[in-house]
Design a protein around this ligand. Structure first.
Ligand SMILES: [Zn+2]
Length: 115
């Protein structure tokens, strides 16, 4: 079970404070904003969190806040990303299903990899 941090403001200063350059910074992340008091998730992803968050400054997936869960296990990251995707499908900007590795299946919808 992953534990996600409280949301941080999504700016370069905060990213540099939260993530060390010397770490791999692997894990899952969610990007979003507040509507009233509710955190609305508009993008979910995994990988090197610091690198990915910096990349999203340049695309439409940038938003006001991010939250993350450190994780080094590929399988765990994949499962978490699929759950995050399906849990938040209605508010996500990117509606493409996360890539499913060959010989794996999405734990939520059963989509198979390598096809
Ligand atoms: Zn799925």
């Amino acid at each position: 079970m992953s534990y996600f941090s409280d949301p941080y403001e999504y700016d370069h200063e905060t990213i540099n404070e939260v993530f060390d350059d010397n770490d791999d910074n692997l894990g899952n992340y969610r990007i979003g904003h507040y509507e009233d008091d509710e955190f609305v998730i508009t993008y979910v992803g995994k990988g090197n969190i610091k690198v990915r968050l910096n990349d999203h400054f340049k695309d439409e997936y940038h938003d006001d806040y991010f939250t993350f869960s450190p994780e080094e296990d590929d399988e765990e990251m994949f499962i978490q990303e699929c759950e995050d995707f399906h849990d938040n499908e209605s508010t996500l900007k990117n509606k493409n299903h996360p890539p499913v590795p060959k010989s794996k299946k999405c734990p939520v919808c059963g989509k198979e990899g390598g096809k």
